[in-house]
Write a protein that binds this ligand. Sequence first.
Ligand code: 5GP
Ligand code: MN
Length: 350
Amino acid sequence: MSLQNFLDLKNTVKEIFSAIEEKLGSAAKVSIIPHENPDGDAIGSALGLGQTLANKGLQVKVISANDYPGFLKWFSSDVQVMIYEKEKKAAKEWLFDSDVMICVDFNEQKRAGHLSKMIACFQKTKILIDHHPYPTDFCDYTISEPSYSSSAELVFDVISQLGYHEYINQQVAEALYTGILTDTGGFSHNTSQNTFKTVSELLNYGINTDRIQSAVFHNFSADRMKLMGYCLYEKMKVFPEYRAAVISLTKEELERFNFTPGDTEGFVNYPLSINNIVFSALFIEKENYVKASFRSKGNFPANKFSSEHFNGGGHLNAAGGESELNFKDTLEKFTQLLPEFKHLLDETVI
Ligand code: 5GP
Ligand code: MN
C-alpha cells in the first residue's frame, strides 16, 4: 500500500508525515495508548511502535486503561506497559508529562475507557494510527486506513514512511507480527498482498513464528478449555432460521471457571464454523454492564448491528459494543432484533 493510500482527515499525506517526524524529533517523552481491554493488535502495535521509538532514543511508555491477557505477556520489550487501573497516579503523571500521545487501534475517544477524558484534556500533540472504519476526529493527526488487516501492519508502513526502518529490531518485529497474527485470526481473514509482504519483511528480524504461534494460541489454562467446552455444549443457542447463533456467560459462570482476562477471546468465532451460520454474538456479564461481541461472514454488517443497538462499532465482520440492560434483558433484546435483520441475514452470500 503506497503512501498515497493513507486516508487522512485533515492534513495532506505529505504534511502529516513531516509534521509527525518533526514532533517526534523534538519530543523526549511519548505515551502510546491502546484501546480498553487491549487485544493482540492493540498491544502488538503499541509495543512495536513504542520499541521503535525507544530504539530511536525516546522515552516511551504504553499506557493501557486496564490489564491485557496473559497470552500477550511473553513479549520481550524495553517499553513498560502501565496499567492505569493499577497505578493511576503514575500513569496520569507520565501521560501529562509526555510531549506526544499516540493512540493505536481505536477510532473514537471513548474506546480508551478510563483514559478517554485524559485524551480529551491532553494539550500537546495527539496522533492516531488505526485501521477501523469511520475514524472520528479526536487527534491532531489521523493516520487511518481500513484496508489494513491490523493496526500493526499499518504501524509497520508508518515506521517505513517515517524513515525509521533502522530502529526496527527483533522485539519490534515480534510485537508487530503478533498484532497481524491475532487480528487476522492466524492469517485466516482480512489479509492482503501487503499483509504477507509485511510479514515477509518482519521475518528478516529473526523472529520465531512457531514460538509466537504457541505463545499466543496454545497457552490456555485447563479452566479456559473447560469453559470453552461448557460454552459450546451448554450455552450456545443456534437460530438456523436467522442464520445466527449466540453464546452468553454470566459473572457467576465465569467465576466458576476461574476466569482471567482473555479467557473468552475467540469464543465468538466458533458458531461461525456451523454450516450456514453467518452471524454470531457473545454476551458477557460484567460488573455494571454486559459486554457484546459480534462476528459475521460475507457482507452482513456486524458493526452496523452493534452501532445501532449496542452502543458500539468496529469492522464489517468483527464488532463489539455494550448493553446497559441486565443480562437477561440483553439476551432478549438480541433475540428480538433478529427478525428485523432477517432480510440481510438471508441475503448474506458466503
Ligand atoms: P471484540 O469483540 O474482540 O471485543 O471487538 C471486535 C472489534 O470491535 C474490534 O475491532 C474492536 O476494536 C471493536 N469493538 C469492540 N468493542 C467495541 C465498542 O464497545 N465500541 C466500538 N466502537 N468498537 C468496539
Ligand atoms: Mn486491530
